[in-house]
Design a protein around this ligand. Sequence first.
Ligand SMILES: C[S@@+](CC[C@H](N)C(=O)[O-])C[C@H]1O[C@@H](n2cnc3c(N)ncnc32)[C@H](O)[C@@H]1O
Length: 252
Amino acid sequence: MLVDLGSGNAHNTSLIIDQLLATHERVTYVPVDISEDYLNKTAEGIKAIYGNKLDVKPIGEEYLTALKDISTYTDRKLIVWFGSIQNLPYETQVEYLTEIRNAMRDGDKLLVTLDITDTSQKQTIEFAYLDPEGYNEKFDLSSIRRLNTEMGGNIDLSNFEIKNELVVKSSESQCSYINVWMEATHDCVFDVKTLDLTVKLEKGDKLNLHEEGGISCKYTIEQVRHLFNRASLGIVDFWVNKHVAAVVVNRK
Ligand SMILES: C[S@@+](CC[C@H](N)C(=O)[O-])C[C@H]1O[C@@H](n2cnc3c(N)ncnc32)[C@H](O)[C@@H]1O
């Protein structure tokens, strides 16, 4: 059984599916994604490619809810978690890894990709997360647009400048991350009616666009090892290129 946490369009996972089908007679694919509409499209696409060679059982739930079901499956499992862990706060990463571990049985394996980009390239990394074409900005500001359109907000983006910073942590028990914030270019006030909230900002005040601990975490291999260790998971094998580590772990 192949469990795909946060499956998205499953393009990356299809490489694993091809390999598993070449070496196993029967494979069940369980894509998990909180975005149910998108998940159903992905599942249909996968069924169209693989037909009845693959049994597809999508779960349109949040990870933790899905993991409760997954823990009851007795088939031998490979769980993959691609391109997702680095956007969670550090302690949530530990919590989710622990829950994944608890859903695994002896012999099951977990394959995770993490970002290991060299943090000494501070400016290059910061630039990559605030590209001149504005793709990142569009993504970063989507929560503000939703506050305005869905919750009666009147946050005027022209009062702000968007900025970011790579925060480098060298301790084994932490990881580096990107902070992204909106900075008031002058004194301003905004309301969010549904939250009964009025916010007064002075020039230079910051509005963080993510939870404490930033997003897009970057790790050293020692930090990766420590993170998995905290969730009682041990590294079996790993591969690295310039930016990404793919790490296979099992229960300790
Ligand atoms: C960054 S994308 C990665 C997609 C894919 N795995 C890849 O490598 O291209 C993260 C995916 O996880 C899903 N996701 C995010 N948070 C989730 C959660 N708490 N529970 C379930 N799915 C989640 C998103 O809807 C999205 O499809």
